[in-house]
Design a protein around this ligand. Structure first.
Ligand code: JF5
Length: 236
């Protein structure tokens, strides 16, 4: 999988790719990340990338001609993705779909956004949540993180199945490790019992409880057995 990230602030992106799992994935050739400065595509000697909005109002708008030169220079891509709060919401299913592609171009806007005509040169507009950032860079890194970990070999198979906490439609269960007591806080007895069936049942029930408490919206769609629905209504 190859990523091309188009940004006015390449130095915000690079360090993220130079540590930890992404760094290893790049070293192993499992993914490639190319970061390109949109300003390099400005036409005039002042390297202008933005201008005042038609119709007036505050702020500046990124020029479509500059951004489209950057997009077209990134070469053939399976997807050209614009990060914007006005996009369709990002979620695990979309991450799984994008992780199958060969080349993703991620376009980071700044200022009030990019001239709307850019929509004819992108394949998708994606939002990572209902809040406004100062630029699309963190949103692009979110897409990079969520998709790269699904590329075969990037993380241990077992860990990539953390995604299963979404495949199950529930939040993940709680996790514990040593020490067995910390400031008076113990670890659920069942987890040290070695009783694997009981542990699996405890984890499933904790996932159900947690999901009801924190994300009742997920419970509606989650594929639960009739027994689990009944348990939630009574003892859960
Ligand atoms: C951006 C105009 C792009 O703020 C975001 C964003 C929020 N959720 N997903 C993306 O992107 C930066 C801000 C303003 C265009």
């Amino acid at each position: 999988m190859k990523y091309t990230i188009l940004t006015l602030f390449p130095e915000l992106i690079r360090p993220w790719t130079e540590e930890s799992i992404l760094k290893k994935a790049i070293q192993r050739g499992l993914i490639g990340v190319e970061v390109r400065d949109i300003r390099a595509y400005a036409a005039n000697k002042h390297k202008t990338v933005d201008d005042t909005p038609y119709g007036g109002g505050a702020g500046m708008v990124m020029r479509v001609d500059v951004v489209v030169r950057a997009i077209e220079d990134a070469g053939p891509a399976d997807e050209v993705i614009l990060l914007t709060p006005a996009g369709v919401p990002f979620h695990q299913r979309l991450a799984e779909e994008l992780a199958q592609k060969q080349h993703l171009v991620l376009v980071c806007g700044r200022y009030e956004g990019i001239d709307a005509r850019v929509e004819h040169f992108v394949t998708r507009e994606i939002s990572i949540g209902d809040y406004v950032l100062m630029g699309g860079e963190l949103a692009a890194l979110v897409i990079l993180e969520a998709t790269a970990r699904l590329v075969p070999g990037v993380i241990k198979e077992a860990e990539s199945h953390r995604q299963d906490s979404f495949a199950t439609g529930l939040l993940d269960h709680p996790h514990y490790t040593r020490p067995p007591e910390f400031r008076g806080l113990g670890v659920p007895e069942v987890l040290i019992s070695g009783h694997h069936a009981k542990i699996a049942e405890w984890r499933r029930k904790e996932a159900l409880r947690r999901t009801r408490l924190r994300r009742p919206d997920l419970l509606e769609k989650a594929p639960l057995s009739p027994e689990e629905r009944a348990w939630l209504e009574q003892e859960g």
